[in-house]
Design a protein around this ligand. Structure first.
Ligand SMILES: *[C@@H]1O[C@H](CO)[C@@H](O)[C@H](O)[C@H]1NC(C)=O
Ligand SMILES: *[C@@H]1O[C@H](CO)[C@@H](O)[C@H](O)[C@H]1NC(C)=O
Ligand SMILES: *[C@@H]1O[C@H](CO)[C@@H](O)[C@H](O)[C@H]1NC(C)=O
Ligand SMILES: *[C@@H]1O[C@H](CO)[C@@H](O)[C@H](O)[C@H]1NC(C)=O
Ligand SMILES: *[C@@H]1O[C@H](CO)[C@@H](O)[C@H](O)[C@H]1NC(C)=O
Ligand SMILES: *[C@@H]1O[C@H](CO)[C@@H](O)[C@H](O)[C@H]1NC(C)=O
Ligand SMILES: *[C@@H]1O[C@H](CO)[C@@H](O)[C@H](O)[C@H]1NC(C)=O
Ligand SMILES: *[C@@H]1O[C@H](CO)[C@@H](O)[C@H](O)[C@H]1NC(C)=O
Ligand SMILES: *[C@@H]1O[C@H](CO)[C@@H](O)[C@H](O)[C@H]1NC(C)=O
Length: 655
């Protein structure tokens, strides 16, 4: 009974609104961006493709839903396709419908055979995946769009933007469960007479919990551009935007209480809004209650289904166990000291060897976040990654437990004249390939999309067969480096391996990892450290030396002398060329790791000719740079210079 009242009331609302919006609205939506990794694809005429067709049709036929949101599933495992659309909260159902209908065909053209895809328009977003995506926060990939027009009084402007965005996010996140998680706000701004008002918008998919929505929005707000007249950040689960002009349809939104000191709303809409809001508010509340109950049920079921096999409990180690395993963290068991704390070897009950990383105290984030991130990182499993087995959180201790990798790290062999000989060319080539595959997995194949940010020889461990295993990935995540909301953030990398844009502007991306990989490749080939290079032939670091030799057609001279008897000329030259391509100054000139892996696997693929690379970061003191990663206190202001074009798009994979 109550439900029918609600629908009649809502119907009324829709009718009133559609009468108000009699203008024609059937234009094509404004495309913004799409993301569908090449790395997981399905084959033509497969069941998965058929299921994708089914969900897209279902989305399209449900695009007139008042909620501006719909989720649907088709097929059974392993060909299940999960899919949803979300329309901007201020748009009419007809605009929403036009956008979704367009998107369902557009997405299959932009992503013909990719298993996961998101496409964003001004008006809506549409997404499908082979993984469960409902009620799950996905802040990544996050796409940043910045207005190229600058603001003169940046600091004051940004401050006011942050405050307004903050309020808008709070309002959106706290929308009642089941309702649209959408808010718009405006505020008088006093930084410039030409822009008297600031406008902001925040929206999450309504299937998220308030806390999750809030987290997503805060995260994206922190990624907003600085000093621009406008900016937005799009992600699969939420998006935020601000401008100095009115970009949303104020009259279409019924609920927002006007913030104090804001410019007046269009007065004529008030009577209508009041008339509508009062009678339906109670029924909506009831509807929400029902939704909430249903949702809780769904959530429970989903947990007991064992969708997430890795649970916090299964990863948790007692402090007592760890203490016994490492003989009370004895010096004899100490393996080393990394950027995040000390590392010990340990043996647990079943003779399993482990490596225990005891994180420095009093730093990092809260225990809940630590747990959540550790669980996520533990799910990353690849033969070229050191596996995280679990963690321990007790007595103020934060400890990570890893698989034990016996042969120390790459730097221990490759830079030591006494041990260099143990790595012949074939082995080094395999190490290069393995590292590339591990990074590719972090960037594209894992569910998280991790930017390592601190790739270096000492973070490449070698197993019993000298296969490389990347360590310390996800540390920025676990450690909560980017969770602080200041304007100054810590740069996680190590000098010598950091790309210019990361070292100087704090901008990291898959391409800054590609840069570090390029440095590693040149180091592995030459057996010399980039950061501790003795001036040779006028070149001050390894990169400029490699470039000089390349230019002169003498690149084989870079090769470590101990390898000179037995190597593949072709492979060495290709690797040097690849290394130089990876250290190009402009991130756009560097290959992605997918391309790197492809080039390493195929001798026929042609490589681009490198331009002069970035000879970055001559030391401020001498050639020796701190080699401690996060703990080295290399804070760099993370102000981001945005491109001058009309709109610049950057994909961020923060944390
Ligand atoms: C905004 O929404 C109102 C009510 O739905 C409608 O009458 C109006 O035409 C819309 N304005 C724009 C610019 O779409
Ligand atoms: C994805 O594949 C297309 C064509 O198959 C190619 O043009 C594109 O560069 C690839 N993208 C990446 C990131 O590898
Ligand atoms: C499917 O994807 C793969 C990998 O990106 C690509 O090489 C292939 O050409 C695609 N097939 C079609 C029919 O688009
Ligand atoms: C896919 O199916 C269509 C129609 O059944 C057929 O014409 C086409 O050849 C098939 N393509 C492939 C690659 O199997
Ligand atoms: C909506 O989607 C469901 C399946 O998810 C489908 O059965 C139904 O026909 C669709 N269309 C409408 C108008 O409800
Ligand atoms: C829609 O999402 C909810 C979780 O938010 C889920 O329980 C439900 O099964 C989904 N509906 C479909 C048709 O997949
Ligand atoms: C905006 O500022 C950046 C650096 O602060 C500058 O490079 C750019 O040219 C400016 N753009 C305009 C349109 O003034
Ligand atoms: C934004 O809100 C958070 C809490 O919700 C607060 O800690 C932070 O200081 C606020 N930032 C600004 C600029 O108001
Ligand atoms: C601008 O507004 C802020 C608060 O919003 C206020 O503290 C400040 O004094 C104002 N400045 C001017 C010049 O009005």
């Amino acid at each position: 009974m109550h439900l029918s009242t609600v629908s009649i009331n809502l119907l009324l609302l829709v009718m009133v609104l559609s009468v108000l919006s009699s203008t024609s609205e059937s234009q094509q939506p404004t495309y913004l961006h799409h993301d569908c990794p090449n790395t997981t694809t399905f084959s033509i005429n497969s069941t998965y493709q058929a299921n994708r067709g089914t969900v897209l049709t279902s989305l399209s036929s449900n695009s007139t839903r008042r909620e501006g949101f719909y989720n649907t599933t088709a097929g059974s495992s392993p060909d299940t396709v999960y899919s949803l659309f979300l329309c901007r909260g201020d748009l009419s159902t007809s605009v929403c419908q036009a956008c979704v209908t367009f998107a369902t065909t557009d997405i299959s053209q932009r992503c013909p055979n990719q298993t996961r895809a998101v496409v964003w328009y001004d008006e809506c977003l549409l997404r499908y995946s082979d993984q469960y995506i409902f009620s799950v926060v996905n802040e990544e990939p996050s796409v940043l769009l910045a207005n190229s027009q600058n603001i003169t009084d940046r600091d004051r402007f940004d401050q006011q933007v942050q405050v307004l965005m903050n309020d808008t996010a709070t309002q959106a996140a706290n929308a009642a469960t089941g309702a649209r998680k959408f808010a718009i706000r405006q505020a008088e701004a006093n930084f410039s007479s030409s822009f008297p008002t600031l406008y902001a918008l925040a929206q999450c998919t309504p299937d998220l919990l308030s806390t999750d929505c809030d987290r997503c929005l805060r995260f994206e707000i922190a990624n907003l551009p600085r000093g621009s007249q406008g900016g937005r950040v799009l992600s699969p689960s939420c998006n935020v935007r601000y401008e100095v002009y009115l970009f949303y349809n104020q009259t279409a939104v019924a609920a927002p209480p006007t913030p104090p000191g804001s410019g007046g709303n269009d007065r004529r809409t008030w009577p209508i809004i009041v008339a509508i809001v009062v009678p339906i508010a109670t029924s909506i509340l009831l509807l929400l209650l029902v939704c909430w109950v249903l949702k809780r049920r769904a959530r429970k079921k989903y947990n007991t289904n064992g969708y997430d096999i890795t649970t916090t409990e299964s990863l948790q180690y007692d402090f007592a166990t760890i203490e016994a395993a490492t003989v009370k963290f004895s010096d004899a068991n100490k393996l080393g000291e990394g950027g995040f704390g000390e590392v010990y070897k340990g043996i647990i009950s079943n003779q399993q060897e482990i490596a225990v990383k005891r994180l420095s105290r009093g730093s990092g984030q809260g225990t809940e976040e630590f747990k959540n991130e550790a669980v996520l990182v533990a799910k990353l499993q690849h033969r070229n990654l050191v596996r995280l087995l679990g963690f321990c959180l007790e007595r103020e201790e934060k400890i990570l437990v890893y698989e034990y990798v016996p042969n120390k790290s790459l730097d221990y062999f490759v830079f030591d004249p006494a041990k260099q000989g143990q790595l012949d060319w074939l082995r080094r080539y395999k190490i290069i390939e393995g590292i590339a595959r591990g990074i590719l997995y972090l960037h594209e194949d894992s569910r998280l999309r991790i930017i390592h940010r601190d790739l270096k020889a000492s973070n490449i461990l070698l197993d019993g067969d000298m296969n490389p295993k990347i360590s310390d990935f996800g540390m920025a995540r676990i450690f909560g480096v980017d969770q602080t909301r200041g304007t100054t953030r810590r740069v996680v990398g190590t000098y010598g391996y950091m790309s210019p844009e990361y070292a100087m502007q704090g901008q990291f991306s898959v391409k800054s990892d590609a840069y570090s990989f390029g440095v590693l490749v040149l180091e592995i080939i030459s057996g010399q450290r980039n950061s501790n290079f003795y001036e040779t032939e006028g070149a001050q670091n390894l990169i400029s030396y490699a470039w000089k030799l390349w230019k002169d057609g003498r690149s084989l001279e870079l090769l470590d002398p101990v390898l000179r008897d037995n190597y593949s000329r072709n492979q060495v030259i290709r690797c040097i060329q690849l290394g130089l391509l990876c250290v190009q100054e402009d991130p756009a000139d560097r290959p992605t790791m997918a391309t790197v892996v492809l080039l390493l696997n195929s001798y026929s693929a042609t490589l681009q000719v490198p331009k002069q690379p970035a000879f970055v970061l001559q030391s401020r003191t001498d050639g020796r740079m701190p080699d401690k990663g996060l703990e080295s206190d290399q804070s760099t202001s993370r102000s981001m210079p945005w491109a001058n074009n009309e709109v610049s798009i950057t994909e961020l994979y923060p944390r």
